[in-house]
Write a protein that binds this ligand. Structure first.
Ligand SMILES: [Zn+2]
Length: 134
């Protein structure tokens, strides 16, 4: 199943390098503490440039999702799902990625990151449902 295939750029290159080592992190502003994703050079809240990586447990809940019917990039199979995830440990930070589930996501359901290696050497972050607690 093909999925969402982003392109690392200047701001996100280190994030992708971390994902390649199966490390999940978001950026956190040194000045105001706001966490952000995807990686960018300055804080959208206070516009300062000082920040650090905050290693984060790659778990969260489904906030929303979209179904793409257009192959924005060569090689994508359509339709495919992109989910927006609210991180458990950084609830003010939404991240997105592919969906790894046999069915449509449900809003609020618990998910965990699942790393996926592409043929051309990039590691992607998918999100898969966690088993329901019993
Ligand atoms: Zn800030």
């Amino acid at each position: 199943m093909a999925a969402y295939r982003p392109e690392p750029d200047r701001d996100s290159r280190e994030w992708w390098a971390r994902v390649g080592r199966h490390e999940f992190a978001v950026q956190e502003c040194d000045t105001c503490g706001v966490a952000r994703f995807p990686a960018r050079a300055f804080c959208p809240a206070c516009r300062t440039e000082a920040w650090h990586w905050r290693a984060t447990e790659p778990e969260g809940s489904v906030e929303s999702w979209i179904v793409n019917h257009q192959p924005f990039l060569p090689g994508l199979q359509v339709p495919y799902l992109v989910v927006m995830i609210r991180l458990t440990t950084v609830p003010d930070c939404l991240v997105y990625g592919g969906w790894r589930g046999a069915r449509t996501p449900e809003r609020g359901e618990r998910v965990r990151a699942a790393y996926r290696e592409t043929d051309d050497g990039l590691t992607l972050v998918d999100w898969e449902p966690l088993p329901e607690p019993r």
